[in-house]
Design a protein around this ligand. Structure first.
Ligand code: FAD
Ligand code: DLZ
Ligand code: SF4
Length: 503
């Protein structure tokens, strides 16, 4: 009896558990470009183009491999508009009554599949280092779910950078060596870029016609869209950027959008690269003496540490996680998040880059846009939707814990032991943004004061009940307490005036 094998736009992997459980001779693969997935948030056009192009190429690859693939393009007249509706249509065509799927990366879609009037076999998504059972067992009974301890277990499990039972070099974590400020120039020309082939061009035309008015520019489009290209992009990063990845991991520059970052998150997240393949390539570079330990450990930690950890949190916490708002922040997202038109240079640069590239690196996301949204008290759900829309690598399982948890403290401290907030001083230390800003980063009050300086104290003051008892924040609160009352009032009233101006 024919069964339907669902392959979603972020499940483009030969070894997908759904494909492994199916029979090439009798089962039918279903892939569909559907309006519901393309519009549940108004994605960046580059993200839609990337996914559709990669889906079309993967479907061709499956066909070459002997699979019967029923592929629906967005403009097909029979397109039923959603994944469940497409499955029902294909079930009618083929007489199938059973669907095999690998677990989707979003509760919304898991629930939609479970509601279908077809028998569903949902297999775990095995494209990760850790299983959910492993993560839940690790988390059970712990007072605090700190990533660092989970990461050490993943190092032991994978054997990556291990010297017997001990971490390579004697330390688990070399983060303290990875905080160098922006250098004068960067000796890396950026990620490998690919000229669109016919498949990509066709998709770009479709996306331009259907989603051309969404936030963000579609062209130029240079992302890898198949496994071969993604592997070349990875090799390019390992050769030319990994050796300095660690040193400048947290730096930001006006005139360099990528620094030494890998830009492989879209490829990992849709399944064109495998996390262990990536980490082994990095480990190899260390063993060959090509890249230093601080760079390779830092890079591997992001993938087997943070990436796996946030996924574990997303599925452990449940479908309500993106709706959490522990700090009761209610302000609307300022309009400049959609235009980049603000005199705050750091925000203008990060947002303009996001519109043009569908990419910003971690510190831009966390300490510029995220920091501002948290300090200004923006509703975290609006912040979450913004991140889910604008980045090419954004899928809820990875985006929501980073935004709701790490960046906005809206989960009440499950991920972050203290809020990631800073004044302008941090941005000034790690970037050259402040040099060309209309505001003065050293001014704490007055017309030219950097808004981050004002909002920083405003945030701490309005959340003193929650955070003043936090050991890691006691020094900051002591400084605030010591400040003269007049000065405090000036800071708070100037911050209020700035916030009023936002709406
Ligand atoms: P590199 O800096 O070169 O790092 C290498 C790889 O490590 C990345 O490709 C990524 O797979 C992994 N990684 C690094 N940090 C994280 C992290 N915190 N969580 C998970 N994986 C990580 N990442 C996404 O993949 N999708 C998202 O939607 C996403 N949303 C984010 C939202 C916020 C508010 C913040 C603060 C971070 C978010 N991140 C997200 C994490 C991180 O910013 C991106 O993974 C990273 O910028 C991707 O670029 P890169 O490949 O150049 O990364
Ligand atoms: C993000 C996305 C988009 C834009 N379009 C599609 C699509 O048309 N068909 C599809 O199968 N998947 C798409 N995706 C990816 C899904 O939204 C993703 O599988 C879920 O959000 C779960 O991670
Ligand atoms: Fe950003 Fe303030 Fe620096 Fe301007 S002065 S770039 S607003 S941190």
């Amino acid at each position: 009896m024919t069964r339907l094998v669902l392959v979603l736009g972020d499940q483009l992997t030969d070894t997908l558990s759904a494909l492994k459980a199916a029979d090439k001779l009798t089962d039918v693969v279903v892939m569909a470009e559907v309006a519901e997935e393309a519009t549940y948030v108004q994605h960046h056009p580059k993200k839609i183009a990337f996914i559709f192009a990669a889906m079309r190429k993967f479907a061709a690859r499956l066909r070459e491999d002997g699979w019967d693939v029923r592929y629906t393009q967005l403009d097909d007249t029979e397109n039923a508009g959603s994944i469940p509706a497409e499955l029902l249509r294909r079930a009618e065509d083929t007489g199938a009554s059973e669907v095999i799927a690998a677990q989707p990366g979003e509760w919304r879609l898991i629930e939609a599949l479970e509601d279908m009037p077809l028998k569903l076999t949902m297999r775990p998504d095995t494209r990760f280092v850790s299983t959910q059972e492993e993560f839940d067992a690790w988390a059970k009974g712990r007072k605090a779910l700190r990533m660092e301890y989970f990461y050490r277990d993943m190092r032991r499990k994978t054997g990556l950078l291990m010297d017997g039972d001990d971490p390579e070099g004697g330390k688990w974590n070399y983060d303290s060596e990875n905080r160098k400020p922006a250098p004068d120039d960067i000796a890396f020309s950026g990620p490998m870029q690919f000229t669109p082939d016919d498949t990509v061009e066709e998709v770009l035309d479709l996306v331009e016609a259907r989603f051309g008015n969404s936030f963000g520019t579609l062209r130029p489009f240079w992302f890898a869209t198949d496994q071969g290209q993604a592997r070349r992009a990875l090799a390019h990063f390992i050769t030319y950027a990994l050796p300095r990845f660690g040193d400048f991991q947290d730096a930001m520059m006006n005139d360099n959008r990528f620094l030494y970052h890998a830009l492989i998150s879209p490829y990992l997240n849709v399944g064109l690269l495998d996390p262990m393949e990536v980490c082994k390539a990095a480990e190899e570079a260390y063993k060959d003496g090509h890249a230093p330990l601080n760079a390779v450990e830092g890079f591997i930690r992001q993938i087997i540490g943070w990436r796996e950890y946030v996924r574990g949190i997303y599925f452990r916490e449940g479908p309500d996680y993106p709706r959490r708002n522990a700090l009761n922040h209610q302000r609307k997202l300022p309009e400049f998040f959609w235009t980049g038109e603000t005199e705050m240079n750091c925000l203008s640069k990060a947002i303009t880059q996001t519109a043009e590239e569908a990419y910003a690196h971690h510190i831009q996301r966390l300490m510029v846009t995220g920091n501002f949204a948290l300090l200004a008290g923006i509703n975290p759900h609006e912040v979450h939707e913004w991140y889910l829309r604008v980045y090419i690598d954004a899928f809820e399982w990875v985006e929501a814990p980073n935004t709701i948890g790490m960046s906005q403290f809206a989960d009440g401290g499950i991920i972050a032991s203290k809020p990631y907030v800073s004044s302008g001083a941090y941005i000034n230390r790690m970037s050259d943004y402040c040099k060309s800003c209309r505001y003065k980063v050293n001014d704490k009050t007055g017309e030219d004061a950097c808004p981050f300086n004002l909002l920083y104290w405003h945030f701490l003051d309005r959340h003193a009940d929650r955070f003043s008892g936090n050991n890691r924040m006691s020094q900051i609160y002591a400084n605030w307490k010591r400040m003269e009352e007049d000065r405090k009032q000036t800071i708070l009233s100037e911050a209020e005036a700035f916030l009023d101006g936002l709406s």
